[in-house]
Design a protein around this ligand. Sequence first.
Ligand SMILES: Nc1ncnc2c1ncn2[C@@H]1O[C@H](COP(=O)(O)OP(=O)(O)OP(=O)(O)O)[C@@H](O)[C@H]1O
Length: 271
Amino acid sequence: MSNILSISNVTVKFGGLVALNDFHINVRKGGISGVIGPNGAGKTTVFNIITGVYKPFSGSVLVENSELVGLPTCLIAHYKVSRTFQNIRLFANMTVAENIMSGACIKREGEFFSSLFSFSKTRKKEKELIKKMEDLLEFCGLKKFKNYPATSLPYGLQRKLEIARSLMTDPKLLLLDEPAAGMNPTEKLALQELVKKISQQGISILLIEHDMKFVMNLCEHITVLNYGSVIAEGLPKDIQTNHEVIEAYLGSDVEDDFIVKLDKETENASR
Ligand SMILES: Nc1ncnc2c1ncn2[C@@H]1O[C@H](COP(=O)(O)OP(=O)(O)OP(=O)(O)O)[C@@H](O)[C@H]1O
């Protein structure tokens, strides 16, 4: 099976700080992959490289066969890449429905002049987008909040709304930056199910997450970063027992979660 995303030899420097050092990752078409690592390891920088926020010092970012390095952020969505952010970025003065619709703006660029000459075509397109928005409300479990102000939703639903908005662009590759951050266990479980459903639609997913249970339950492949370098990569079960990974996490705020998961695995294995 081919890859939707192939990053190779990417180095990113901020002055004297090397945020990513010869970074690489492949995301399989239709797969769910994860990037983990302690705070400041370089995880968000990976997303910022893919989406053109930063230009790497060196290296390549291929989405299918297209090179994204050097492209401005505004063009990345045309390559069917969409992302959510670590800090929720909803339009506070808009409703849930309007926030989702805002994701469609990217699809409507360049339609201005044609719409002047074909009113019926524009109406048809408008109807299609509204239908798509309604479908996404349903799909993401947000239907009954359609007309609520976006920021009146509980935190977990605001995160789902961000995902719904990014799905409005019809991505092939969805980048989720700490989607479970700040969620309670029930919200995390619901989010886990939503991510699985998105994947079942054929959308490839790359996620960054500190919650180890969430990552281990969802990802088929995990890349571990520490100080900008890949220190391990592979199946969740291999990552959990990798000594360099455990070492990197010692002293970090996710250590407890990681060790709890490890203990559970050991417990299950000895049964
Ligand atoms: N624009 C920037 N200018 C200078 N340094 C930056 C910039 N962006 C990131 N960095 C630095 O690069 C390193 C990696 O940052 P990054 O945000 O990618 O880490 P992270 O793994 O996502 O961390 P966290 O888990 O805390 O979000 C950090 O040392 C950070 O301070």
